[in-house]
Design a protein around this ligand. Structure first.
Ligand code: PPS
Length: 285
C-alpha cells in the first residue's frame, strides 16, 4: 500500500482511487446534466453529512436507500476511478460528489444548470479532522503530528491542495443561481433550518414528518451506526483504525489540539489570504 500522494497539475491527491487519466477526463470529458446535484467540499468539511442529507431528501426521509447502498454509490465521486465510471453510467437526475478545486472541476458544469452545494468548515477543525483521518487510512501520505499537518496545510501540501485556493475559487461562484454555499457550522447550529434551505434551493417540498425523518436519519449517531455510511464496508486493507470518518462531529475541536501560538499564527495567515472576502462568509470564531 502506498504511503505517498499522487501529484496532478501541482496538487497532491490520494494515491488510492485517483489517477491522472481520470482526473483529466473528469475535467475535460465529464458531461454534467442540468438535473445533477453536486456536493462539493474541501476534504473534512462535512461532505458525507450533506451527501446523506441529499439522499434522504431524495427518498423523503425513508432510510431504506441510505441503509442498503454504500454512500459513494449513491452519490459517486466524479474524480475517482470507480466514481467516474459509476457516475457516467447513472441515469436520471444524479447526486454527485467532488473535492475538486474549481479549476479542475468538469468544464461542462459552467454551461449547465446543474446545482452545486459547497460546504465550508472552520479550517482549524478541517485540519484536526484531516490529521486524524489521513492518519487512519492508507489512501495517502500519513501526517506525523498535528503540528506537521498544520504546516503542510498552510503550504497547500495536503490532499486536494490549498484550502485557501479551494475556498477562494468556489466562493467566487456565490452569486450564481445554481450555487448554494453552506457551512458545517450552520448545519450544526440549526440543522432543520439548513435542511429547509437546501430543499428550497433544490425546489423540493418536504412535509414536516418527512423533514423529521431526514433529520433523524442523517444525525451523527444514525450515520455512525449506518454501515453504508460509516466506512464499515471499506476493505480493512485501507484502514489503520476502524471508523475514521465519523470521529467527533463537533465544532471547535481545534481548541483541544492547537497551541495558542499555532492558533495565532494560523489566524494571521487566514487574515492575509482572505482579507478581501466578506467576513460573514466564514461563520466561525
Ligand atoms: S471526507 O472524507 O473528506 O469526505 O470527510 P467529510 O465527510 O467532509 O468530513 C468528515 C467530518 O464530518 C463529520 N460528520 C458529521 N458531523 C455531524 N453530523 C453528521 N451527521 C456528520 N457526518 C460526518 C465527521 O465526524 C468528520 O468530522 P470530525 O471532526 O473528524 O468528527
Amino acid at each position: 500500500m502506498s504511503d505517498d500522494n499522487l501529484w496532478y497539475e501541482g496538487i497532491p491527491f490520494p494515491r488510492v482511487f485517483y489517477s491522472p487519466e481520470i482526473l483529466r477526463k473528469a475535467r475535460e470529458e465529464f458531461v454534467m446534466k442540468d438535473e445533477d446535484v453536486v456536493t462539493v467540499t474541501f476534504p473534512k468539511s462535512g461532505t458525507h453529512w450533506l451527501m446523506e442529507i441529499l439522499c434522504l431528501i431524495h427518498s423523503k426521509g425513508d432510510p431504506k436507500w441510505v441503509q442498503s447502498v454504500p454512500i459513494w454509490d449513491r452519490s459517486p465521486w466524479i474524480e475517482t476511478d470507480p466514481g467516474f465510471e459509476l457516475a457516467n453510467k447513472k441515469e436520471g437526475p444524479r447526486l454527485l460528489t467532488s473535492h475538486l478545486p474549481i479549476h479542475l472541476f468538469p468544464k461542462s458544469f459552467f454551461s449547465s444548470k446543474a446545482k452545486v452545494i459547497y460546504v465550508i468548515r472552520n479550517p482549524k477543525d478541517v485540519i484536526v479532522s484531516g490529521y486524524f483521518y489521513w492518519s487512519s487510512v492508507n489512501f495517502a501520505k500519513k501526517p506525523k503530528s498535528v503540528k506537521q499537518f498544520l504546516e503542510c496545510f498552510l503550504e497547500g501540501n495536503v490532499p486536494f491542495g490549498s484550502w485557501f485556493d479551494h475556498v477562494r475559487g468556489w466562493v467566487s461562484m456565490r452569486e450564481r443561481e445554481n450555487f448554494l454555499m453552506l457551512s458545517y457550522e450552520e448545519l450544526k447550529r440549526d440543522t432543520e433550518k439548513t435542511v429547509e434551505k437546501i430543499c428550497q434551493f433544490l425546489g423540493k417540498k418536504v412535509e414536516p414528518e418527512e423533514l423529521s425523518l431526514i433529520l433523524k436519519n442523517s444525525s451523527f449517531q444514525a450515520m455512525r451506526e449506518n454501515k453504508m455510511s460509516n466506512f464499515s464496508v471499506v476493505d480493512d486493507a485501507y484502514l489503520v483504525h476502524k471508523n475514521p470518518l465519523l470521529r467527533k462531529g463537533m465544532t471547535g475541536d481545534w481548541k483541544n489540539y492547537f497551541t495558542v501560538a499555532q492558533a495565532e499564527a494560523f489566524d494571521k495567515v487566514f487574515q492575509e489570504k482572505m482579507a478581501d472576502l466578506p467576513r460573514e462568509l466564514f461563520p466561525w470564531e
